[in-house]
Design a protein around this ligand. Structure first.
Ligand code: ADP
Ligand code: MG
Length: 454
């Protein structure tokens, strides 16, 4: 039965990603249909936020486990959104879905990935990139390059910390060039995929073909070039590709986490070439730009964000824009799931809880130490085979907290606690999880111990 398969799958997600993920996200989704001929699983999601969140984070988990449960080698996953029927089917077959939010009417889509290059995501456009002082130079340079590839800034080198929009701009350049000239051969590739491709070209004696492919394109967008460091042979090959393209006035764009001269493990001649054109940075925006980004993202999802909500989210998340976007998605998804309006109280509830969850790293020994202290047992007793009721309870609480407060696997937990197997650990975890729902005294005990460690 298809529902049994879904239940079985949820158990796996519970083990792999934790019950909270199941309760918050997967419980909102239904396995609607399994098309055995086409090998497509149709999942019904209540709204686009849930769909995007699950697809961006758990696509490979779903593909691996559902294909195993359905006894096929591989399958595709399609989402049905809302109450509608197949007219709303959103094809999302890749495991590489970026964490991008789709508008309600559109779906995640990519220009067809070429066999060898990366895809260009149709979500990342200049139009949905919010410009502020922190990124205006990079944005202007990217636009200039898209308008006149190969003539102005070649190469264009954009650097900055993670999550600040570099990949977005690379894709936006690619999309814009394709809009202007559909025949332009644009290739987006991350540097680590470039390295892997090169390694496999060596293995299969296809280096010549590899170079020919790269040397024949019009626009080369290389993301995260730092990953080419210490790969001397790849750098050598890339050096020649660069020279050929540059001499032919083909546009090259790099992104990186640092300026060319600080790239460690990259040959000087390559570093100097990277700085031949324009080197420009992106840095973390100030609150005004963050608010503008939030409002834009909300608007793209047909939501209007009140000022105080936007301000609260922008103020709470100070790491990068990817996190900012993640926070907004969580707030919107929670509102949609619980059918509540997005207001300041709801945002506080969702995000404050989250930051409380972001506890300092906790390890097994801290947890076990606290449990032992509370019950006055030794570690050996907890690890022993003793089945005495009291020791078993302490052990179960330790398991519960080890699973809750760390991201270690059930297997690791079992090994730490005297070589217990995965199902015993799972059983103990579920037992405590269920018991604390109605046993207030136990819930208080667990909370008390948790407070001493988290
Ligand atoms: P990086 O490549 O620098 O690590 P990304 O380009 O992947 O960062 O950006 C992370 C997320 O933040 C993406 O979803 C992107 O669309 C979004 N983002 C970053 N900067 C902006 C911006 N200025 N306006 C709108 N969205 C942005
Ligand atoms: Mg990136």
């Amino acid at each position: 039965m298809i529902t049994d398969i879904w239940e079985e799958f949820l158990d796996i997600v519970r083990q792999e990603a934790g019950s909270r993920v199941v309760e918050t996200w997967f419980k909102a989704v239904m396995l609607k249909k399994w098309d055995m001929d086409q090998k497509v699983v149709y999942l019904q999601a209540p709204n686009i936020f849930v769909q995007n969140w699950i697809a961006s984070k758990y696509m490979s988990l779903m593909q691996v486990n559902l294909s195993r449960l359905l006894h096929v080698n591989e399958l595709k996953i399609s989402f049905l959104v809302g109450e509608k029927d197949s007219s709303d089917i959103v094809g999302m077959q890749g495991a590489h879905l970026p964490v991008a939010m789709a508008t309600k009417s559109s779906s995640a889509s990519f220009s067809a990935p070429s066999k060898t290059g990366g895809y260009i995501s149709s979500h990342y456009l200049f139009e949905n990139f919010v410009v502020g002082p922190s990124n205006s130079l990079a944005y202007a340079a990217a636009q200039a390059v898209a308008q006149k590839p190969g003539t102005l800034y070649n190469p264009l080198f954009i650097y900055g910390d993670s999550g600040l929009g570099k990949t977005h701009l690379l894709h936006a350049i690619g999309n814009n060039i394709k809009q202007i000239n559909a025949n332009a051969a644009v290739l987006y590739q991350t540097a680590d995929r470039f390295v892997n491709e090169f390694i496999s070209a060596i293995r299969f004696d296809k280096v010549h073909k590899f170079k020919a492919k790269y040397q024949s394109i019009d626009v080369l967008l290389i993301d995260d070039i730092q990953f080419i460091s210490n790969k001397e042979q790849t750098q050598e090959a890339f050096f020649h590709i660069f020279n050929t393209l540059h001499e032919a006035h083909k546009q090259i764009v790099f992104s990186s986490d640092t300026v060319p001269q600080d790239l460690k493990g990259i040959a000087t001649r390559l570093r100097s070439r990277m700085a031949w054109g324009l080197v420009t940075d992106i840095y973390i925006p100030k609150i005004e730009t963050k608010i503008a980004i939030l409002k834009k993202k909300a608007q793209l999802n047909s939501e209007v964000l009140q000022d105080e909500v936007a301000y609260f989210i922008a103020d709470t998340v100070d790491s990068n824009i990817r996190e900012l976007e993640g926070a907004l998605v969580r707030v919107m998804a929670f509102a949609a799931l619980t059918k509540q309006p997005i207001d300041i109280n709801l945002a506080k509830k969702v995000l404050t809880k989250k930051s409380h969850e972001n506890v300092k790293p906790v390890d097994f020994s801290m947890i076990v130490h606290s449990v032992c202290k509370h019950y006055n047992y030794s570690l050996q007793e907890l690890q022993s085979k003793s089945r005495s009721k009291e020791i078993a309870l302490a052990r179960h609480i330790a398991i519960f907290l080890m699973k809750k407060c760390t991201n270690k696997s059930l297997r690791d937990i079992g090994l730490f606690l005297g070589g217990r197997d995965h199902s015993t650990v799972m059983h103990a975890y579920s037992k405590i999880e269920k018991s604390i729902e109605h046993d207030q005294q136990l819930a208080d005990t667990v909370k008390g111990i948790e407070r001493t460690i988290c």
